[in-house]
Design a protein around this ligand. Structure first.
Ligand code: ATP
Ligand code: MG
Length: 180
């Protein structure tokens, strides 16, 4: 198992201050009034894992995820989120302490880091393939997803099973090889 220990956010949506949300072993429930930022936490996790659709992060443009200011606070120039993962089981081909960071500037410039080393989105996607932790993996079940799975076509449902079985990585590599 890979275990998400903490999400550290700065300038991401409502997180104007550097904020750390820690997850203990077991079940964590996040509660709070409407609009207090609960969904922003899951948005932050999906964003680091490579979410490219502003719409699915509930914005119009990707820059909308950068803290836009309030009456009392200036907007910020960039957003940064780090996922702190415990990979001591070795499920992911990486160090046992794994920090994944994504940063976005208002200019549109985007950066990814794996343990502080500058990386490409592709490296991050590959790291999480078949681990069940990718941005569209079965470990993120959003509102409406259950219905979607139940109503899916057999081929679409197969994608989920293939990820759980750990064969997506090979399918992706096969496709890449065929394209060369
Ligand atoms: P609900 O219970 O209604 O689902 P929630 O706790 O999930 O609410 P979120 O949707 O996570 O709430 O947070 C919405 C809040 O985030 C809103 O107050 C919105 O103004 C704020 N927000 C979103 N994007 C930004 C941004 N770029 N800058 C500042 N605040 C933002
Ligand atoms: Mg919500």
């Amino acid at each position: 198992m890979v275990y998400l220990k903490a999400v550290e956010a700065y300038g991401f949506k409502s997180f104007a201050e550097r904020t750390t949300v820690e997850f203990d072993q077991g079940l964590t429930a996040i509660v709070g009034p409407n609009g207090s930022g609960k969904s922003n936490i899951t948005d932050a996790i999906r964003w680091v894992l490579g979410e490219q659709s502003a719409k699915s992060l509930r914005g119009a443009r990707m820059e909308d995820i950068i803290f836009s200011g309030t009456e009392k606070r200036q907007p910020l120039n960039y957003a940064e989120v780090t996922l702190k993962l415990d990979n001591s089981s070795g499920l992911i081909e990486a160090d046992s302490k794994l920090n994944i960071t994504r940063r976005l500037y208002r200019s549109g410039e985007s950066e990814y880091f794996i343990n502080q080393a500058k990386s490409r989105l592709k490296d991050i996607t590959e790291l999480f393939l078949d681990t069940g932790l990718g941005k569209e993996s079965f470990s993120m079940i959003s509102q409406g997803k259950v219905d979607e799975i139940l109503n899916a076509k057999p081929e679409e449902r197969r994608h989920l099973i293939e990820e759980a079985a750990g064969v997506l990585k090979y399918k992706k590599r096969k496709k890449e090889t065929a394209a060369k």
